[in-house]
Ligand binder design. Sequence first.
Ligand code: ZN
Length: 220
Amino acid sequence: MNEFVISSGHAKVVRGASGYLDEVNEARNVVSKVAEYLKEQNCKVHTFNDDTSKTQRDNINTIVKYHNSKSRDLDVSVHFNAGTTESGGTEVLYYGDGNKALAAKVSKAISEALGIKDRGAKKRTDLGFLKGTAKPAILIEVCFVDTKTNADAYKKNFDDCCKAIAEKLSGKKLKEQAKPVEKKSVLHKVQVGAFSDEKNATKLAAELKKKGYSVSVVNG
Ligand SMILES: [Zn+2]
């Protein structure tokens, strides 16, 4: 797949879940980072965050309308789950059976990147986003905002999580970032004398040491 519409769940005013993480804020962060990685892979990406809707119905309609107005191969919605559980985990929701395999792949990749439980692909026929968007669609529940181990894992592995999502959506591996070249430190040495008699050399060295210089006598 090469062209995507990715939106964050809920809206600026109609907030989502919150706990150790705030769903709306983090969904927006994931959307923009995943888009960045997809663009790195030469994919075309349209992103959307709903800043205007005042009601939930408005919100779903606004998001669906944006998705359906763009050309794309896949619609993606980013959410975070809530309802404190012991281990939490990642799950990816789908509606059409044709999207089950992709949902499972994305869920597994996120769970591995975060090191949390893979709750897998889940069929949902009741969600406005999945029903309303005309193209194949998945709804990602990255992790639980109110399960502390999930929130910690997400904060620590945010980048890897977004990379994993981008790679599964595009089906392409991201290039490894080139490691920065290590700077070698260069020592600049100052020579103050050269003596054929070693005694003279050690004498000068002793005088310089007394004055507080760091001195070494080198033969050669
Ligand atoms: Zn949500």
